[in-house]
Design a protein around this ligand. Sequence first.
Ligand code: 9UX
Length: 72
Amino acid sequence: STLLGYFTIRGMTCAACVNSVEGILRDLPGVQRAVVALATSLGEVEYDPYVISKDSIITAIEEAGFEASLMQ
Ligand code: 9UX
C-alpha cells in the first residue's frame, strides 16, 4: 500500500530544477509517483512507508541542494 506525502521544496528556480527533483524522487526505492510544481514549491509523492520514510525523502531532496520540509 502507498501513502501520499506533501513536501515544500525551496530553491527551485527553473523547470530544469523541477525535472531534477522529480527524477531524484522517482529513482528512490519505494516511491511510486512524484509530481513537483515550480509555482507552488510543492511536491506530491506517492510512497510505500514500509520501504521509505518521509525523512529519507526529505534527505534525498536536500542532498540535491534544495531545502525540503514536510507539509502538515
Ligand atoms: Mo535551472 Mo535549477 O538553470 O538547480 S536547473 S536553476
